[in-house]
Design a protein around this ligand. Structure first.
Ligand code: DGP
Length: 114
């Protein structure tokens, strides 16, 4: 299954704009359009991967890279504490079926999440 046809695919292809905070050969990071906190970023792979459920051994390095970039952009935003979230599947809150790491911070965050 491909995730080329999602809104994030369109952002990656430059068809719609985003507020970009970081980019490299493997991924792109930008501000979430519906922020849930003062800082809310999304880190997405350029590769059209639907979710963590579709990831395999071949994605091991990519997934590690996405987490390191998540920490990098969190620090870049001046955060000392933040939450990284990967919603996997509609029932878990995934609305865009192109894997993305949420980076959320800038306010106290409750646990457990809803
Ligand atoms: P999720 O529910 O985990 O699939 O998160 C999808 C997030 O994507 C949600 O927080 C809103 C955000 N989002 C949806 N469409 C756009 C868009 O066009 N631009 C940006 N920057 N974010 C978007």
């Amino acid at each position: 299954m491909s995730s080329n046809d999602t809104i994030f695919g369109r952002i990656l292809r430059g068809e719609i704009p985003c507020d970009q905070v970081y980019a490299d050969d493997l991924c792109l990071a930008f501000r979430d359009i519906q922020p849930q906190a003062p800082v809310h970023l999304l880190v997405i792979p350029r590769e059209p991967l639907v979710s963590l459920a579709e990831a395999g051994e071949e994605h091991q390095a990519l997934l590690g890279h996405l987490l390191l970039v998540a920490a990098r952009v969190a620090r870049q935003e001046g955060l000392q504490a933040w939450r990284t979230v990967l919603n996997t599947g509609a029932e878990a809150g995934q609305a865009v079926f192109h894997l993305h790491v949420h980076v959320i911070g800038g306010r106290p965050l409750d646990w457990p999440p809803g």
